[in-house]
Design a protein around this ligand. Structure first.
Ligand code: URA
Length: 427
């Protein structure tokens, strides 16, 4: 059937009434919205209908393919190493890409990571990398290929031509209450990942209080949906479900997270950050067909050299002093005992309030602002001992978040069980 036979209203009505649409109708709708033929209010109604009625696998494939085809697919066929990428659904203190990218490169793969910025309570890899003086998130096509062949590790910002339908749809979903829909999230993430040219992909689907998905079943469904989209599109895709109840590692905020990543790159750092990084790297190297021991490579400290080379290619200097906030404030434990919970959502929101995040896309971030988590789950504390160290340029805001952060920590009489950070694998 030709695209001329579709019109926005009949597509919306069919989706509203729970009827399955032919793939051509889904494709037409995305194309027509991207080129302005379908109005914002019609696309908003369609997203709401999808929110309530979902999409079949065939509808979702067609919708995602149309989003990919709204821009240009990056051609990475000239890269001489196996291509593999990772995507995280976002969390608090999630600095894994900074470590994983040079780690898999050190093991022989090429990771062409197109990353995003902070929005809401979760951080963004591009903001974190920009805490390194001189680092530029933009790289032209030739420089990208050279970096992938010679270093194997690249982190860049998305170009305007990467799945532009997603940029338009995401902005619309953000203001119409239609972000939290599994097919819409899955198509949004996977269209960008597939368009960025990787051959294989590992998804880090975060579950818990600080994640998009707070419920394990929902996270599992999102992971299965994304794995299915990737596989249908010819990209080898698997997923790990990982915990995001408390912040990952000890550092939240851009410069602070770079400091912590550098500790891990030298072979040290918090055990949860190392565990998630090694689990993802193991999965990625298996998809890439590379036989290596990423845990041993990371522990050796050599990955720091690959990171420094990756950063230098984009003008950055890992040894240059990074932005620091002028004020510090310690948040004290209200009682003695064992820390049984640290609410990642509250910590992420408080860090944003201190200047590390942005409420709207156009806001600037304060690279030096953030929070050090001094007493993660399992720590024994005395009343009055610091639970968090706040870093900010705004003393008033530090005072405001003090009580909120005190309430974000639960302290009990018994040491809690600390579960593994990796929950399960979906393939
Ligand atoms: N991240 C994305 O890129 N898209 C979504 O819809 C949600 C998270």
């Amino acid at each position: 059937m030709s695209s001329a036979s579709w019109d926005a209203l009949s597509v919306i009505l069919a989706k509203r009434d729970g009827r399955e649409l032919p793939p051509e109708a889904m494709r037409w709708f995305v194309e027509a919205y991207t080129n302005g033929q379908v109005a914002d209010e019609q696309a908003a109604a369609m997203c709401m209908a999808v929110f309530f009625n979902g999409m079949s696998a065939a509808e979702l494939s067609a919708w995602t393919e149309a989003m990919i085809d709204s821009g240009t697919r990056t051609d990475l066929s000239a890269v001489n190493r196996p291509l593999v990428d990772k995507h995280s659904t976002g969390g608090v203190g999630d600095k894994i890409s900074l470590i994983l990218c040079p780690l898999v490169a050190a093991c022989g793969a090429a990771m062409p990571q197109v990353a995003g910025r902070a929005l809401g309570h979760t951080g963004g890899t591009i903001d974190k990398m920009e805490a390194i003086p001189g680092w530029d998130p933009h790289l032209g096509p030739e420089a990208l290929l050279a970096a992938l062949n010679e270093v194997g590790a690249v982190i860049t910002a998305a170009s305007a031509d990467l799945a532009p339908a997603d940029a338009k749809l995401y902005a619309l979903r953000d203001v119409t209450g239609t972000v939290a829909s599994i097919p819409l999230i899955a198509s949004s993430i996977m269209s960008k990942k597939i368009a960025s040219g990787t051959a294989s992909l590992v998804l880090d689907v975060k579950v818990g209080r600080g994640a998009f998905m707070t419920d394990l079943d929902q996270a599992r469904r999102l992971a299965e949906t994304m794995v299915d989209i990737g596989t249908r599109a010819g990209v080898k895709t698997t997923a790990l479900l990982t915990r995001m109840d408390q912040p990952l590692g000890r550092a939240v905020g851009n410069s602070l997270e770079v400091d912590e990543s550098i500790d891990v790159l030298h072979g040290g750092g918090p055990t949860d950050v190392v565990a998630v990084t090694v689990a993802l790297a193991t999965e990625m190297l298996e998809l890439a067909g590379i036989d290596a021991d990423p845990g041993a490579v990371l522990a050796s400290g050599v990955v720091h050299e690959v990171f420094a080379a990756m950063v230098a290619r984009q003008g950055g200097d890992v040894t240059a002093p990074r932005a620091r906030a002028p004020y510090r404030h310690a948040v004290a434990a209200p009682s003695s005992g064992f820390v049984t919970a640290v609410n990642a959502l509250t910590v992420g929101q408080a860090s944003g309030r201190l200047g590390a995040g942005r409420a709207r896309k156009e806001d600037d971030v304060d690279l030096g602002a953030g929070i050090e988590v001094l007493a993660p789950v399992g720590t024994e504390v005395e009343a009055g001992q610091p639970l968090f160290l706040l870093h900010s340029a705004n003393e008033q805001r530090m005072a405001e978040v003090n009580d909120v952060l005190t309430a974000a920590v639960e302290i009990g009489p018994e040491p809690p069980d600390v579960p593994d950070v990796v929950i399960e694998r979906i393939a």
